[in-house]
Design a protein around this ligand. Structure first.
Ligand SMILES: Nc1nc2c(c(=O)[nH]1)N[C@H]1C(S)=C(S)[C@@H](COP(=O)(O)OP(=O)(O)OC[C@H]3O[C@@H](n4cnc5c(=O)[nH]c(N)nc54)[C@H](O)[C@@H]3O)O[C@H]1N2
Ligand SMILES: Nc1nc2c(c(=O)[nH]1)N[C@H]1C(S)=C(S)[C@@H](COP(=O)(O)OP(=O)(O)OC[C@H]3O[C@@H](n4cnc5c(=O)[nH]c(N)nc54)[C@H](O)[C@@H]3O)O[C@H]1N2
Ligand SMILES: [Mo]
Length: 764
């Protein structure tokens, strides 16, 4: 793809013809329109498969085609008619492939056969599955200290695959199970666990229909959760308030045209989505929310309204820590709140009023909240705001983190974590009669550090694109290359596969859209959406190649070759995935009746203890938190640093799914033809002496002496708070320092990177 960037303000609504056109393009690029549409119609339907990459699904609506731009593009990408065969690897060495763009790598099409890297020729060669399993098994067995192996998982994997994967790893003897969740919504799980004893959304889909206010913090559903737009728009239609907290006024929250609404489409109509926009500085949300609570408590004390606006009964009966929280509020002056949030007291009070006027508010949040240093504290503050009016565990109200991958929540439940509960490990021990390693393993960031120190020697990846999704691209690539053995289970070629260890393998798997036939017949797999509903998924297309194996079958093959069939009869399990689900049920009681439930059309909900206000915290109460505001958010550094410093956030366009780039356009933000752009406030542009269209180099303000630079980014003037700038993930991951992570969550601070800008030296 060429790089001729045009930046023009966009006025089109989210969804609408833009979405239809963009989906048509994606289908045509990859496959024929007829077969594409046929498959798309099966996405998220009861007898179909769960779209690759949507965590917010609603297959209950069986009468209408749930239109999801994300889903269509992911399906089109997976259905591509392009194939990579061995001749491709005969043509290019791995070093040559490294000069390909990420888009061009994935654009080669589906992987079709197992591949082994040959260091001498610097090429991948085709091998048989039997060879692959035998060689990898022998290598893994030869490693004495099993804790030197890392099993990474992308949030895309099914429950069945994830469960087998961690089981294999734990029997093998490691506890290193980093995942994409470590870089995504880790902070949400931790904060919710601490606050209410359950790290998941407290609401279900039906609650959104009852809510009279929906607060959307740091989330861009127009691009990243299009399925949420009709829900928000319906809320607006019935008079509910939709309130956005985001440094950017995202198009998808401004206007939306429903591609399913024929009248609207014919008339080129659209409707507003959010009713109110607050634009805090990056990292300023904790201060903003604290200000809201401070205002509400003050109104309550002054008896401004006739009735109490604090639910003291709820607090008394359910909560701990309210007094110390009140002290923390007193100790936070308005000046600090205004400085840090970038919002005025008036604005914050307006938001507070919207909140108290609602009887049933839901607060949702995205990675704009979860990828900061003080994310856990910020989410706890959001919970404080909900608690003061008893807005948790009541219909139509509650908290809802919005993680993105189709099964982020499910893989965690299946045990993909380096620090599982003792209860989980003991249940696993009972069900399979082995002794799992009880010590915590490494998460994604720790894995990078330890691989770099030469302390980890095996990196296996179930999906994902670690070297692009992880922080500090250069350092992460070096880290992977230091490994003795790397194994990638994947559908398409990506850059991570080119970062080879001494020995490297690529194992090609079936995609979600394809039939998965095992000994007992066609199989289904399951995923869990972010509202704790389990959906089954069955492919509808023939596999891209006869040589592909399913993810569960690949894991079983590797496990059998490494640790044999003694502890677990992998061959037996894989013949019929119901047997895997029986084992899941044995380990996780919430899955009682899994195999019959899974065949219920529309899926089934796992129990939500919060609905009955059962708080599984240590104290048995819902806990207020009393953190002080962070000493400085990155945006505040700008005034103190010697050189003009900005806070950079890395975000997504609607035409990418994480590291997979579908096109160089971001139609909602008016960008076409390239992604190396940096969005800036015109006042900051003047300060920095740069003009529209000019190219700049971005450099991280380094704390470890390492030089991190991203070159040649085109400046785009934009409505964004001063001191804050924005660019795209993964292009700017080179700038995200591995040492800068969230307190407790250890998630890279991808939404707050302190950087400086300089004019690019190269011309053109
Ligand atoms: N099309 C598409 N859909 C996707 C994905 C994709 O890559 N492409 N990825 C999937 C995944 S894995 C995930 S986790 C989700 C991610 O979904 P989002 O969380 O919506 O993803 P981002 O694009 O990173 O957007 C972050 C949003 O937060 C805002 N923001 C950044 N920092 C702050 C802050 O400090 N405060 C506030 N209030 N706002 C802030 C940004 O302006 C932006 O609107 O999307 C999922 N869906
Ligand atoms: N700077 C910055 N970094 C970020 C973020 C950010 O906002 N800013 N966001 C973070 C977030 S929220 C996340 S979730 C992570 C994502 O991190 P990852 O999960 O590691 O990355 P993805 O791009 O989702 O992985 C895509 C790859 O998965 C493979 N794949 C797709 N479908 C399948 C399948 O069916 N089976 C198999 N085996 N493989 C498949 C394809 O080969 C594709 O290249 O990135 C994080 N990194
Ligand atoms: Mo994510």
């Amino acid at each position: 793809m060429s790089d001729n960037i045009i930046a023009k303000k966009s006025t089109a609504p989210a969804g609408g013809w833009g979405a239809v056109w963009s989906c048509g393009q994606a289908l045509l690029q990859n496959t024929s329109l007829t077969s594409g549409i046929k498959t798309v119609l099966k996405t998220n339907q009861p007898d179909g498969f769960i779209g690759p990459g949507v965590a917010w699904v609603d297959p209950e609506k069986t009468t209408s085609i749930e239109f999801c731009e994300n889903g269509v593009k992911a399906v089109a990408a997976e259905m591509t008619e392009k194939r990579i065969t061995e001749s491709f690897f005969q043509e290019y060495t791995v070093s040559e492939l490294q000069t390909f763009s990420d888009f061009d790598l994935e654009d080669q099409g589906r992987l079709t056969c197992p591949l082994r890297y040959n260091r001498i020729t610097d090429r991948y060669n085709e091998i048989t599955w039997a060879e692959a399993f035998k060689e990898i098994g022998a290598e893994l067995r030869a490693i004495k200290d099993r804790k030197e192996a890392v099993f990474y998982t992308s949030g895309h994997a099914s429950n069945e695959a994830a469960f087998l994967y961690q089981l294999f790893g734990r029997i093998y003897g490691t506890s290193n199970f980093p995942s994409s969740s470590n870089m995504c919504h880790e902070a949400s799980g931790i904060a919710l666990e601490e606050a209410i004893g359950c790290g998941l959304a407290t609401v279900r889909l039906e609650d959104f229909a009852k809510a009279d206010a929906i607060f959307v913090f740091g989330h861009n559903p127009g691009a990243t959760d299009p399925r949420m737009l009709p829900v928000l728009r319906d809320a607006t239609k019935r008079g509910a308030q939709v309130v956005s907290f985001n440094p950017l006024r995202e198009r998808g929250l401004e206007r939306y045209a429903d591609p399913k609404n024929q009248l609207e489409m014919v008339r080129f109509g659209s409707r507003p989505v959010a009713s109110h926009f607050f634009t805090p500085k990056l990292g300023g949300d904790m201060a903003a929310v604290r200000g809201m609570v401070k205002a509400i408590l003050a109104w309550d004390n002054e008896r401004i309204l006739t009735h109490s606006i604090i639910d003291r009964v709820f607090i008394e009966e359910n909560c701990g820590g309210f007094e110390s929280y009140e002290k923390a509020l007193e100790l936070t002056p308005w000046k600090e709140i205004e400085d840090q949030s970038g919002l005025t007291r008036d604005e914050i009070e307006k938001a507070a009023l919207l909140y108290v006027q609602a009887d049933r508010p839901i607060i949702t949040w995205g990675t704009g909240i979860s990828q900061h240093k003080h994310s856990v504290a910020t989410i706890r503050e959001i919970m404080n705001l909900l608690f003061i009016r008893g807005n948790v565990g009541k219909p139509g109200a509650g908290a809802c983190p919005m993680p993105g991958h189709a099964n982020t929540q499910g893989i965690r439940r299946m045990g993909i974590t380096s620090d599982p509960s003792e209860e989980f490990l003991l249940a696993l021990q009972d069900a399979f009669e082995f002794e799992p390693e009880m010590h915590a393993g490494v998460d994604s960031v720790e894995a990078i550090k330890m691989m770099n120190e030469g302390k980890l020697r095996v990196f296996m990846s179930l999906g994902g694109n670690f070297t692009r999704s992880a922080p500090d691209t250069g350092l992460t690539e070096e880290a992977i290359r230091k490994c003795r053995l790397t194994i990638n289970i994947a559908t398409k070629l990506n850059r991570s596969h080119l970062m080879t260890g001494s020995l490297s393998y690529i194992l090609p798997s079936l995609g979600r859209t394809e039939y998965d036939e095992q000994r007992s017949g066609d199989q289904i797999v399951t995923v869990e959406d972010s509202l704790s509903k389990i959906h089954s998924s069955a492919g509808v297309n023939p596999p891209a190649s006869d040589l592909l194996m399913s993810e569960p079958a690949i894991i079983a093959g590797l496990a059998r070759a490494t640790i044999g069939n003694k502890v677990v009869n992998w061959t037996h399990l894989i013949e019929n995935y119901d047997r895997i689900r029986e084992k899941i049920e044995e380990v996780l009681p919430e899955f009682a009746g899994f195999n019959s439930q899974v065949r219920t059309p529309g899926g089934f909900y796992l129990a939500n203890p919060i609905a009955d206000r059962r708080w599984a915290t240590k104290s048995g109460k819902a806990e207020f938190s009393g953190y002080s505001l962070p000493l400085a958010t990155a945006a505040q550094l700008t005034s103190k640093a010697p050189k003009l410093t900005f806070t950079l956030q890395s975000m997504r366009s609607n035409d990418q799914f994480n590291t997979t780039i579908y096109s160089l356009n971001d139609r909602y933000r008016g960008i076409s033809g390239g992604r190396k752009v940096v969005f800036m406030n015109p006042i900051d542009m003047r300060r920095a002496g740069v003009s529209r269209g000019e190219k700049v180099d971005i450099g991280t303000v380094s704390e470890d002496g390492r030089n991190r630079r991203a070159l040649d980014f085109q400046v785009v003037p934009y409505d964004i708070p001063e001191g804050c700038i924005a660019s795209y993930f993964p292009e700017v991951n080179v700038l995200v320092p591995v040492y800068s992570t969230g307190d407790q969550s250890n998630t890279p601070t991808s939404k707050a990177i302190p950087v400086t800008l300089s004019k690019s030296r190269r011309r053109g």
